[in-house]
Design a protein around this ligand. Structure first.
Ligand code: AMP
Length: 549
């Protein structure tokens, strides 16, 4: 990156992808020639601190972050990050040290994260909804040097205190409100000790684990910036864009797909939503002239329902609404363009790396029905069958992938986690997908979620999509439940105001839709509301547990 320049040309960006890909996925001999080509350029471009420094110089007065309490310009953001980084450094936090973060959405979340990046320390992105089991598990496994949390209530403080006391690695526990109040002057200066390289660990993202302890996803400065940027380029983000961060910001989708990091790198504005209610979301869109927002289908559904009652907020600033993280029923996808007067952009993303996304140029029908193409030309996608053999073009199967920004192992991997990668370095997504002739990925559900009922395979999403067409069904989730006779029986949980809806009525409705008899639910449960995971996906494990109890 030449001095002061913020953007790379398409050709330069392509070269970056090639460098990252060769670094990660190619044999040593092949790497040499490619690496020499742009080694210097790569180092400075793929570094959050350097990128934000350039933005602070080129647009010091533009607003970078807006939250409930403050509006922060790029100039202030840079200055406050450097001062906080210097404070952390003075406190003994060094490059490679880990910091377990647990914070609600706020400007402080972004400041703390960027300050840690500045010294090469590694935030561990705990979600606000994580409880003792997850926090304790992560702290034990990752051995952070410090913990940084919001104040929380007295119960929460007791829990964190206990984890702090019982884990020797943790030397200090900071409360964000105290960090915000610190009178950081220019007298503490950041000592540049070691350069931050593109292949240095930037953060540990967390993903659901098999034992209740999240798996830790090591993302580097280089791969994460490249991922942010590849998505932001495909969405043509620039400094006039305003992103509303609705989901918990420690989650990959609002953090980096392209999320708040992609928006900041493009010089735009990040608006922080704290409560993620439709009321707050719509008010902030109008007040802050938000140009895009990312949501999971459950929040989209709430927003669509709310908008039917109250459509007074002015949403004309919106360019697009991104939806991903879970299956989006076409029933919902078809409503988005009309209801929000902007474009639906579906994203199929993983915190492990690979992100596929609709193009703004895609026709409406395409955007409603497919989850898009990989965001980097260097992403490699393969579909495999149950025996691990590569499937033919257009066939369904599990998606495996490798590429410039996709991990090839989890952090501090345990033996049983090897199942997540092939021995040739592909990440096994566990998702059942099909790729159409245009190269668009169509997610059909979780390969593992597939219900095997007396030998017949059923994807819950298919039953769910059809059940949602019933006018009395507001939300639904279909799970497989162990059954002595069938192996698994199909149970449909529905949220409905009509408490009289019966199993046989639901079965008739689905039969009328043309559904095979083996796919019809064996059991129907009407519940008041769906249980959700920390990132607002329907918690199917809990639904199964409810039945097993
Ligand atoms: P996470 O690592 O928490 O971001 O979750 C990634 C997983 O969420 C993927 O492997 C998919 O199972 C699911 N997912 C993400 N985006 C979509 C989407 N657009 N449609 C269906 N499932 C999705």
């Amino acid at each position: 990156m030449k001095n002061g320049r913020i953007n790379l040309t398409d050709k330069e960006f392509y070269a970056l992808g090639e460098v990252l890909f060769s670094n990660r996925c190619m044999k040593k001999e092949k790497q040499e020639s490619i690496l020499q080509y742009t080694a210097q350029e790569v180092q400075s471009y793929l570094n959050y601190g350097k990128r934000l420094e350039n933005l602070a110089i080129s647009q010091p007065d533009r607003i970078a972050i807006v939250d409930e309490e403050e509006r922060i310009t790029y100039g202030q953001l840079r200055q406050r990050c450097l001062m906080l980084a210097a404070y952390f450094q003075n406190e003994g936090i060094q490059k490679g040290d880990k910091a377990a973060l647990q914070m609600e959405n706020s400007a402080m979340f972004i400041l703390v994260t960027l300050a840690l990046f500045e010294i090469g320390a590694v935030p561990i992105m705990l979600l606000p909804a994580h409880q003792r089991i997850e926090i304790e598990g992560v702290v034990r496994k990752a051995e952070p040097k410090v913990m940084i949390t919001d104040a929380g209530n007295s119960e929460y403080q007791k829990m964190i205190q206990k984890i702090f006391d019982e884990n020797d690695s943790v030397q200090k526990w900071y409360i964000t409100a105290d960090l915000k109040e610190l009178q950081l002057g220019n007298n503490v200066k950041l000592q540049v000790t070691e350069e931050i390289r593109q292949d240095d660990l930037a953060m540990l993202l967390l993903s659901g684990g098999t034992t209740g302890v999240p798996k830790m996803i090591p993302r580097t400065q280089g791969d994460y910036i490249y991922n942010n940027e590849a998505l932001s380029r495909s969405l043509k983000l620039n400094e006039t864009d305003v992103f509303l961060a609705v989901l918990p910001m420690a989650h990959n989708f609002p953090l980096g797909a392209p999320g708040l990091m992609g928006t900041l790198l493009a010089g735009g504005t990040v608006v922080v939503s704290k409560y993620n209610t439709p009321l707050e979301i719509f008010s902030l869109i109008e007040e802050e002239k938000v140009t895009f927002v990312s949501m999971v289908p459950a929040i989209l559904n709430m927003c669509l329902q709310y908008r039917q009652y109250d459509d007074t907020d002015d949403l004309s600033s919106l360019r697009f609404v991104m939806v991903g993280g879970a299956m989006l029923p076409t029933e919902l996808s078809r409503q988005v363009d009309d209801m929000f007067a902007c474009k639906l952009i579906q994203i199929y993303g993983t915190a492990e790396g690979l992100c596929c996304i609709n193009s703004l140029e895609d026709a409406w029908e395409i955007r409603c029905t497919v989850q898009g193409k990989p965001c980097s030309p260097f992403d490699v996608l393969k579909i495999i069958d149950e025996n691990g053999n590569e499937a033919g073009v257009g066939e369904e199967g599990e998606l495996i992938t490798k590429g410039p920004y996709t991990i090839q192992e989890y952090y501090r991997l345990e033996d049983k986690e090897y199942q997540y990668f092939t021995n040739t370095g592909y990440y096994r997504t566990g998702d059942k997908v099909r790729i159409d002739e245009q190269g668009n990925v169509i997610v059909l559900g979780r390969a593992k979620e597939q219900i095997n009922r007396a030998g017949e395979k059923i994807m819950p999403s298919e039953v769910e999509e059809n059940l949602l067409m019933h006018e009395a069904v507001k939300e639904c989730a279909v799970v497989g439940v162990k059954d002595a006779v069938l192996g698994n029986r199909i149970c449909a949980f529905i949220v409905s105001e009509d408490k009289n809806i019966t199993l046989s009525e639901a079965r008739c409705f689905l039969t009328d839709k043309g559904m095979a008899s083996f796919k019809l639910p064996d059991q129907l449960e009407i519940i008041a509301s769906m249980p959700y995971t920390a990132v607002k996906k329907i918690d199917k494990k809990r639904l199964v547990a409810m039945l097993e109890q």
